[in-house]
Design a binder for this molecule. Structure first.
Ligand SMILES: Cc1cc2nc3c(=O)[nH]c(=O)nc-3n(C[C@H](O)[C@H](O)[C@H](O)COP(=O)(O)OP(=O)(O)OC[C@H]3O[C@@H](n4cnc5c(N)ncnc54)[C@H](O)[C@@H]3O)c2cc1C
Length: 414
């Protein structure tokens, strides 16, 4: 595949852009693959990419029931950070954040990583103590974060109201190299690189069954027919429970709709990401000028990829207290995605009761930031059977009571 470069843009400008290759090939399923990945979201595509790049495994198919990147990967608010509390979380999220730093160069695709800084507001004494604890833990983990004063918060984000009607801003946990990236571009960049390695990305191909024999995976049934594989990776976020059901085991996962909304575009007014746990809302400004606003998760299990009015009201109320200027903005659109929540708010990257079938799920409200790190670790687990990055996130932890509690780090949906 031809590389994207400044020279290529100039060359194509002179020939009416007729020389670009298709970003990825349209593939028909083969009878058998070494590895099948179910789900062409960011995590599935990243897994396929690192299987090829790090382990030379390229006889791989990524099966997607809709269009690639159309799940949560294309529906999130794109916040990237690694300021989690527990050591295994800091390790995988920081690996991911550091991979984002050079992902555009690695994939030869501009994913628009923007390390503009992420702040998580402390609005109660309890939050101050919690975030100071996280800052100390991060220092030991080699993750660069700091607890900053309200004055510094105002300096970094002038549109914020420090003395809100309910909760004052008392400080914030600040990660300078956190930020955002273009979500679609992450999926497209990985897809293009996988296709370039000869992998098959097969859209409109729903997996409807998992075939096993003597406890070992044999392949999958799909809407395009039977496909065999030596190893199967299931990376379907909110639909993980349904896929596990096809293989006759259960997962400790609940699926709920999480929603977001976006305003009309305005001139640049905010060049950091702000998250407010206590009032529950978070906001950043996209490169187009829209204010990207994250809302809450539904309080009941469901599979509707839709928003709901009561969440809009709660979220907008929280943000108007924090940023009074947004009360004059019109909202353009809202949407929802089905997120996969575990009890300890940490992911599952694991072998399963079925031999050679692996699950990557449970990223819940915060897995966009983890795409490169998760793909890196999960590819290692699938290729070699072991991965230091994934070891603590196995399914066994629920049986053994080794929870990796990140309910504070994931307290505001992000
Ligand atoms: C509103 C919202 C805001 C969010 N904000 C953030 C944020 O700011 N920062 C952050 O880090 N995270 C955020 N997240 C979470 C993040 O989006 C997800 O954790 C992440 O995108 C999950 O990626 P994935 O690849 O696992 O899943 P997905 O992108 O959902 O991909 C799974 C794919 O599997 C496919 N699939 C399902 N069933 C089948 C089947 N039977 N056969 C074939 N294919 C199937 C689906 O169609 C889908 O394309 C947010 C999520 C939402 C919904």
């Amino acid at each position: 595949m031809k590389r994207y470069s400044a020279f290529a843009i100039a060359r194509e400008a002179f020939r009416a852009h007729t020389g670009w290759d298709k970003a990825w090939a349209r593939a028909e399923p083969k009878r058998r693959y070494d590895v099948i990945i179910v789900g062409a979201g960011g995590h599935g595509l990243a897994t396929a990419y690192y299987l090829g790049k790090n382990f030379g495994i390229t006889n791989v198919a990524v099966l997607e029931k809709n269009w690639l990147g159309g799940g949560n990967t294309g529906r999130n608010t794109t916040i990237i950070r690694s300021n989690y509390l527990q050591d295994p979380s800091a390790a995988i999220y920081e690996k991911s954040r550091s991979l984002y730093e050079h992902l555009s160069q690695d994939l030869n695709y501009n994913v628009m990583f923007s390390p503009r800084g992420v702040m998580m507001l402390a609005q109660t004494q309890h939050e101050i103590r919690g975030y100071q604890r996280t800052a100390h833990a991060n220092a030991l983990q080699g993750v660069k974060t700091e607890f900053i004063t309200p004055e510094r918060v105002k300096e970094l984000c002038p549109i914020i109201e420090l003395k809100g009607p309910r909760y004052p801003v008392l400080g914030a946990l600040w990660q300078e190299r956190g930020g955002t990236a273009r979500h679609d571009a992450v999926a497209w960049g990985y897809a293009r690189a996988c296709s370039d390695m000869g992998m098959d990305i097969i859209q409109n191909c729903e997996v409807t069954g998992v075939r096993t024999e003597a406890g070992k995976v044999q392949g999958v049934s799909t809407t395009l027919g039977e496909i065999d594989c030596a190893k199967l990776g299931v990376v379907v976020a909110g639909h993980s429970g349904a896929l596990a059901d096809m293989a006759a085991f259960r997962l400790p996962i609940e699926s709920v709709a999480l929603q977001a909304l976006v305003s009309e575009p305005i001139k640049p007014c905010m060049d950091v990401v702000v998250m407010a746990n206590t009032v529950h809302g978070y906001m950043s400004q996209s490169d187009k000028g829209e204010m990207v606003i994250g809302g809450g998760a539904d309080g009941y299990n469901n599979y509707t990829q839709r928003g709901s009015f009561h969440h809009i009201e709660e979220t907008v109320r929280a943000l108007v207290e924090t940023f009074p200027m947004i009360s004059r903005l019109k909202m353009l659109r809202q949407w929802g995605g089905i997120v996969d929540m575990t009890g300890d708010r940490s992911p599952i990257l694991s072998k399963t009761p079925v031999e050679n079938m692996f699950m990557n799920c449970g990223w819940g409200t915060g897995g966009f930031k983890a795409i490169p790190g998760s793909g890196w670790g999960f590819a290692e687990l699938m290729a070699t059977g072991e991965s230091a990055l994934c070891a603590e996130f196995s399914l066994d932890r629920f049986r053994e009571g080794r929870f990796i509690d990140e309910s504070v780090a994931a307290g505001v949906a992000h």
